[in-house]
Design a binder for this molecule. Sequence first.
Ligand code: IDP
Ligand code: MG
Length: 150
Amino acid sequence: MALETTFVMIKPDAVQRGLVGAIVQRFEQKGLKIKAMRLEMPNPATIEKHYEVHKARPFYPGLVKYMTSGPVVPMMVEGESAIAVSRALMGATNPVAGKPGEIRFDFGQHIGRNIIHGSDSAETAAFELGLWFPKGGAQYKRAGDEFLFE
Ligand code: IDP
Ligand code: MG
């Protein structure tokens, strides 16, 4: 087993549209374990650090404006291959380029309002988890795990 921890964030458009419950449900239904989650107005400096790799891109100013426009829901998520599995649950960056069943396809229409973020590699996950959850997540044994993992 490759148990991984990844960083997922429900973006301001999804919070404002009342989609938090529906999105969290996708992760819970898959069996991914939520180890930390909160709702907050993001600190602009944290958003800038989070998206630092995109600083030179033409969409960067609009991205920072969008991501600081309202509350976000950062989450720490654990599971088998959790990084790739979370990205698969989210789907394509452009919501209309993906397929039904993907969170972005099911809930969005525009690349500039694409509902959710997820780390794209182990290195990115470590960086983003450190940025958003410096104190780590909850350590707990989840009832029912023996029915999820052999
Ligand atoms: P990802 O979120 O699927 O990993 P990235 O290419 O890393 O996609 O882009 C980061 C975020 O920047 C996207 O999720 C989206 O919010 C935003 N973004 C990317 N490309 C565009 C664009 O062409 N227009 C507007 N926003 C964009
Ligand atoms: Mg990315």
